[in-house]
Design a protein around this ligand. Sequence first.
Ligand SMILES: [Zn+2]
Length: 324
Amino acid sequence: MLPSNAMTIDVEDWFHILDSSVVPDMTQWSHLPLRVESNMERILLLLADTDTVGTFFWLGWVAQRFPRLVRRCRDAGHEIASHGYGHLLAYKVRPKIFQQDITHAKSVLEDIIGAEVKGFRAPGFGIKKNCGWAFDVIKESGYKYDSSVFPGTREHGGIVDSPLEIHFIETQNGLLPEIPMSAVEIFDHKINLFGGGYLRLASKSLIRWGIKKIHAQGRPLVVYIHPREIDVHQPRLPLGLRRGFKCYVNLKSTMAKLRWLCQHYSFSTMAEMAKSFESQFSWAEAVSEKQLSLHGQTTGPEATYRIRSVMGKLRPVRLVSYSH
Ligand SMILES: [Zn+2]
């Protein structure tokens, strides 16, 4: 049985907002006041209060400045994972640059905690269908699972037709377990109610309804937040009406919603979730499309199927490939 849910935190600061000309670039970051530490203190306290474990996707740049905070986070039983080093949007950079960035982040974090960093999440969930090479790079860089897929439409990324459940991505370097963001289907639209501005705007009753729906489909709840989302006093960037609304709406509601989620649902780390997912399977044999049709499966343009043993029963498992 899969662990039920994941509470995930992308550890970055108030100015790590993507894809806007008014956002300071990396050369300016070290001249700006940092607020991430005090926001993290509050999040860690809330998780300790509610006996909740989380998965923290640290930006390498932030981790380098607060190594003791990273270790404290680890010592509190949370998972330390990677959000890259310099907050790059995968679809805006070349594969080599992306690889250097995420490899650097992994080694920075591993040096700090003295243990392997298994998980990766791309900034902005910024892996689109047209940069599926990024999954090859993530696997090649030594990550054991990925949580970058946003299965819906979104400003910086999103892969609309990707599976909603945990699945394997077939990369050039082997299979990569993918734990996508939770989405619920409403009138043919895939909506996320469990992170960022969506979580801040949605009512508790709507969120509860969404969680019921994804649990009924046997899927885990994945919550995601950023430390700046609990910070009502953070400096405001002149992002314009629409982006400004998305970034700053309802910040005062975040802590109360997080507390409510932590009190009502149980969470485990993503590494445990990925391990539990993988442990259900053992390879049996590759099969042809003809054999698959016997199982009532159809093969889409980007999906292949193989027979795997699942809890002692053979069944076709969809492997998704974005780059071939
Ligand atoms: Zn980010």
